[in-house]
Write a protein that binds this ligand. Structure first.
Ligand code: TYM
Length: 352
């Protein structure tokens, strides 16, 4: 049994060091699904933070392809999405020399610990997950709600706990899943003895919930069909300008940051704040009309996505596959040790 897991288990092995020297940096883990193209919400809510945290954390980042299968997919669809999103992450500054960067299904320990986590997750807890409620009603219309969509948060807890993670950078929509990860880690630790680190989430002040430009009461999302409301990371300059120009605002003509009363204008201010590292209320004072706010926000977004698009073109399929192969080996080295620790804590007979 390992003592003190609910506190930080430092120092642990720094997986990027060839000498396998102990690292005293906190471990960060996060994941993104390879379904549909990545959008501005993914970038501002999560990827921007992933990039920054590489500097002073032991970073582990994962393309969670198994999670993408929770909604029906055509054969091969997830593979194509995995290459696309991995390339996008590399172009956005995820550096495989400094971070462990890999695909979830390349490390079988995720699925194995996912099962153990289901055994300490209550049916009632899963039933309360708002993402399950939203997705099962939306996709229920097309007929098939998988059991995996329901148990998904247990696999997400496994993703995080496998790496002795201290910090999980995510957007606001993952807050409830993160709370559940903490709860199941704590439950496992109290049932079987200290085994897992209990992680904290890291949600950005601005950009944690980027809303749809046409329906600012809904979050921007890959799984919702709102072509004018979603800014994709691959959009052309013309498309970005058009989407911001047509963004839904309101009729009172006042530029003010008030999410409840003025969701459309507040969303624009928040996007501008997140892209320029400013404060939305302070920014509002610079504008008297919606037109210039829309134009400046479009320009600020383009200043982020255009360099990423340029970089994308220079990353080959081989570059992506090579980076992911190295990452999978590093990730397995950590994950298998933690999985063994969990099996030992539960007390299963181990194969000789
Ligand atoms: P996913 O793939 O839906 O989204 C990836 C990241 O993008 C953030 N995000 C947003 N942030 C701000 N505004 C938005 N409109 C917006 N839309 C998405 C998400 O919060 C997320 O951080 N369950 C996760 C994937 C996952 C994971 C994990 C995350 C699986 N295992 C372990 C962290 C740790 C998901 O579906 O994210």
């Amino acid at each position: 049994m390992v003592a003190g897991r609910s506190a930080r288990p430092l120092p642990y092995i720094c997986v990027n060091s060839s000498s396998a020297a102990p690292s005293d940096r906190p471990r960060v883990f996060s994941g993104i699904q390879p379904s549909g193209s990545s959008h501005l919400g993914n970038y501002l809510g999560a990827i921007k933070n992933w990039h920054r945290l590489q500097d002073d954390h032991d970073a582990v980042y994962c393309v969670v392809d198994l999670h993408a299968l929770t909604l029906p997919k055509e054969a091969g669809e997830v593979l194509a999405g995995t290459m696309d999103i991995a390339r996008m992450l590399l172009a956005s500054g995820i550096d495989p020399e400094r971070s462990v960067f890999f695909v979830q299904s390349h490390v079988p320990a995720h699925a194995e610990l996912g099962w153990l986590m289901q055994t300490v997750t209550a049916y009632g807890e899963l039933s309360r997950m708002t993402q399950f409620k939203d997705k099962s009603t939306r996709d229920g219309a097309s007929g098939f709600v998988s059991a995996a969509l329901f148990t998904y948060p247990a696999l997400q807890a496994a993703d995080i706990l496998l790496y002795d993670t201290n910090v999980v950078p995510v957007g606001d929509d993952q807050r409830q899943h993160l709370e559940l990860s903490r709860d199941v880690a704590t439950r496992f630790n109290s049932r079987y003895g200290d085994t897992f680190v209990v992680p904290e989430h890291r949600i950005p002040e601005a950009g944690a919930r980027v809303m749809d430009l046409q329906h600012p009461e809904n979050k921007m999302s890959k799984s919702v069909d709102s072509p004018l409301g979603t800014v994709n990371m691959l959009d052309t300059r013309k498309e970005v300008e058009k989407k911001f120009k047509k963004a839904v605002t309101d009729n009172d003509g006042e530029v003010r940051f008030d999410r409840e009363a003025k969701p459309g204008v507040s969303n624009l201010l928040e996007i501008l704040a997140a892209t320029t590292d400013a404060d939305p209320t302070t920014l509002a004072a610079n504008y008297e009309q919606y037109g210039p706010l829309k134009a400046d926000t479009a320009e600020a977004v383009l200043s982020i996505i255009e360099p990423i698009q340029e970089k994308l073109a220079s990353i080959s399929d081989d570059d992506v596959s090579d980076a992911l192969a190295v990452g999978a080996a590093k990730a397995s080295a950590i994950a298998e040790g933690v999985l063994d620790r969990a099996y030992d804590a539960v007390g299963l007979m181990r194969r000789r």
